[in-house]
Ligand binder design. Sequence first.
Ligand code: ZN
Length: 60
Amino acid sequence: MEMDKYVCPICGYVYDPEQGDPEHGIAPGTAFEDLPEDWVCPYCNTPASSMMSFASVMGG
Ligand SMILES: [Zn+2]
């Protein structure tokens, strides 16, 4: 099953589930939906709840 990428609307960081966020304890293969509640953008600390799905941003 394909996992959605998510984009930070503030800084443009893209969360790629295939890569995770190892520097912050998120293992590769972690779906955005499975991120911890307190996960934030690694660059600008925007909460995960403010991230937008890559598909919605790219119009497809
Ligand atoms: Zn950000």
